[in-house]
Write a protein that binds this ligand. Sequence first.
Ligand code: C2E
Ligand code: CA
Ligand code: CA
Length: 553
Amino acid sequence: MSKIKIPLQRKKKLDSLFEALSITGDDIYVFLCDMNYDYSRWSKALVHEFGLPSEYMEGAGAIWEEHIHPEDKKSYHDGIEDIFAHNANGHDMQYRARKVNGDYVVCTCRGIVITDESGNPEYFGGAIRNHSQESQVDTLTGLRNQYGFFESISQSIRTHTETKIGIIGVNKFAEINEVYGYRFGNRVIQHVGRFLMEHVGSRGGTYRLDGSKFAVITQIQSMKELKENYARLRSYYREGIEIDGTFITLELNAGALELRDFDTDDKTVYACLNFAYDESKLKKHGDFVAFKETRDHDDRGRIVMLHNIRNSITKDNKGFYLLYQPVVDADTEKIIGAEALLRWKSKKYGVVPPDSFIPILEGDPLFPDLGEWILKTATSDAKKILEKNPDFTLNVNLSYSQIEQPNFTDRVWDVLKETGFPADHLCLEITERCRLLDMDLLKNVIVTFRAGGVKIALDDFGTGYSSIGLVKNLPFDTIKIDRSFVQRIEEDDKERKLVSNFADAASTFGARVCVEGIETEGMRDILREYGIYSFQGYFYSKPIDIKELALME
Ligand code: C2E
Ligand code: CA
Ligand code: CA
């Protein structure tokens, strides 16, 4: 094949023909080869997706062949050879091609040869359709689905394009389905989808994620504009719409994120977005919540750090370890248990406390694996302590995404069997974030655990606005009063009253009370008056490693 460099005029012609071909749309890739010079231009999207060297290539046929599945290579090779040997005037074939991430996707490739005035082959051009993209469309709304969404995020990351991403969802959509029926629910989804698409228009992409969640991805709009658009959308649906003669109002939630660091991946970005979305839903009554990279200072690295932590989970939980904070009997001050507390450590970040990653990653599909590791490690560590101290109870924190797993209770029994730790010396702590779960499911899980001897504690009591509701509806063994309520107890008699009321409420429902955050003798003395069962706090001990715990009396 020719090695002569393509003249500028010919390149210009190639470009204009290529552009004419490209108007077919985004989901079809286009290629065009000037056969005299074996010089081609291929769609940018394909070049990125499959990791080709450049949009412009010499000898593109051979380069592309490298990406074709070994089993399909021969027929592809023969087809191209026929074209360049002038034995064929086109091809129409299907093969598997390898994307940059290593996955093979099925492609259909159609091309034709264009001849010059004297009948000699001049151009070979056509289109390649990536069939995996077809499943990126949601059939209900016609919007791209979550595969498309992940693909778009990955592309922004790959091409280092600053991007704003928002997730919008309909509140209590399950209730709409229940009250009006599934079909009506679908119409609601279609309505919101259409409204979003019309209003985002060409300033971004619109996607339907799972259930009643949608996403908008834009490079053009600022966060401020995204927020303003959401406010308009929200008031539109608040005023109400009519669908099939039924008038309904919708409440929405929204979380958003600005992607500016690219040393991350789509799944981490999604975890951060979901966190912002849940904040909007649980704490802000649907107000727009933007994911903040850090709470304290303007360091932009948070998404990157989360990416590193997330990766550790996939690498056998490398970097994670547990510390244990003793729990003491409020009267005798003897150790009656300890709470396992997670840490993550790396060379770059040092020791990272759990508050800076658990709330964000706990909704991630990977988190249950980490949760199981925590339970396994803690129970096998604590077994040794239990041998010395038969009254010892181990507390382990749970995340809502663990409880949500279909076989969660079975998994816990399996771990207990494996480590030989007795169920009735384990207490699982759950927090208010469990409100994200279906209440019947949660109740079921709690009842199953308690029937098997495992105790259940409600953690951080008082910090959310439905604490009392939870205690009323669910059978807890222990209520842990959050340390924010006891911090000023020595100076503030209102705080004292509040804690005493909390303690009364808990015992009304038959639960024992543990107070966290005891830092001084004074606090202890005051709290001893309130019928509290156990204490935990720096006054007794900070979280320590298992060896130190074993040495404590
Ligand atoms: P938490 O469950 O409320 O844990 C108690 C937190 O309060 C711990 O922080 C502990 O170090 C701190 N603390 C204890 N006593 C005192 C005190 O006297 N004064 C002060 N100022 N602080 C005290 P840590 O270890 O940073 O954990 C933070 C949160 O991270 C935990 O709050 C829990 O919600 C979550 N977490 C920790 N480990 C795990 C885990 O293994 N799984 C899950 N799902 N969540 C965890
Ligand atoms: Ca806890
Ligand atoms: Ca707590």
